[in-house]
Write a protein that binds this ligand. Structure first.
Ligand SMILES: NC(=O)c1ccc[n+]([C@@H]2O[C@H](COP(=O)([O-])OP(=O)(O)OC[C@H]3O[C@@H](n4cnc5c(N)ncnc54)[C@H](OP(=O)(O)O)[C@@H]3O)[C@@H](O)[C@H]2O)c1
Length: 260
């Protein structure tokens, strides 16, 4: 029988590419995101091309009840999830005091609470089975505070810290937790977050969602704890360790101001 992977935010961007990779490796898929029509199209395409089964759950991950609803649905179908990819993520740009609270609170719910709760729901069974893989998508934003995208940067710091700690707790169990940290990537993320590109990156060719997903997938299979995508991002993340937080915070502010 095919193994099963649960992927959030699979209707586009990096999550869509994860779905392609896992389908190719003969995983049956449970895909969650809001766009029912896109999920329907992806389901038909992957089932036809790879002979796998796809369950689409067109549910909103900003609703606090959604993680439990996903878990109960999967339990009712007697499915054991062997791979969990917490990919869905949103952000918003602008000074925190003036930002739209609805968007800030959706960021907290989707990027942090949903991620934590899905791990909390699915990890115990993986541990009982002695196998399983969890891949959480953070960002290079996880490594320092981010003025003008304060909530987003903080949410990704939470994902990184939570994931590293759990990975340590379950060492030797047969289950791994990997955190993928992409830098700016060609997806619909920026338009969804209503942000213009950062000047520093606008003239450069950004990595594709496919590049990033392939890198993250290999890191997850290898059971790595942290996977920073791209040499420049690796260098930046390394350098950040040696600079005072006040300086990195100031530099990020300058970078985020250039979106204006
Ligand atoms: N792109 C970048 O530059 C970049 C850089 C670093 C890290 N990341 C991280 O990578 C991950 C994937 O981002 P991406 O760039 O691929 O983003 P994207 O192209 O905007 O795709 C986001 C996915 O999440 C789903 N989603 C958004 N809100 C949702 C909600 N309320 N409920 C359910 N699903 C929802 C979207 O589907 P629906 O709209 O159909 O719901 C879509 O499938 C995120 O965690 C992001 O923070 C991205």
């Amino acid at each position: 029988m095919n193994k099963v992977a649960l992927i959030t935010g699979a209707s586009g961007g990096i999550g869509y590419e994860f779905a392609q990779l896992l389908a190719k490796d003969q995983y049956n898929l449970v895909l969650v995101s809001r766009s029912e029509d896109k999920l329907e199209h992806i389901k038909k395409d992957l089932e036809n091309r790879y002979g796998i089964q796809v369950i689409q759950l067109p549910w909103d991950l900003s609703y606090p009840e959604t993680p439990e609803k996903i878990y109960e649905y999967i339990k009712s179908k007697k499915i054991a999830v062997e791979v969990l990819i917490n990919n869905a993520g949103v952000g918003t740009w602008g000074a925190f005091a003036q930002s739209d609270w609805k968007r800030e609170s959706a960021t907290i719910q989707i990027n942090m609470v949903t991620v934590a709760q899905l791990i909390h729901l699915f990890l115990p069974n993986m541990l009982r089975q002695g196998k399983g893989k969890i891949l959480n998508i953070a960002s290079t934003a996880a490594f320092q505070p981010g003025p003008l995208m304060a909530g987003y940067y903080a949410s990704k710091a939470y994902v990184l810290s939570l994931s590293e700690a759990i990975a340590n707790e379950i060492k030797g169990s047969g289950v791994s937790v990997t955190t993928l940290c992409p830098g700016p990537t060609q997806t619909g993320f920026q338009s969804a977050a209503s942000v213009k590109p950062v000047k520093l990156f606008s003239s450069k060719k950004l990595p594709t969602a496919k590049d990033v997903a392939e890198y993250g997938y290999q890191a997850m299979l290898a059971g790595k704890t942290i996977a920073v995508h791209g040499m420049k991002n690796k260098i930046l993340v390394f350098l950040v360790r040696f600079l005072p937080r006040s300086i990195t915070t100031h530099l990020v502010k300058k970078m985020q101001e250039s979106r204006n």
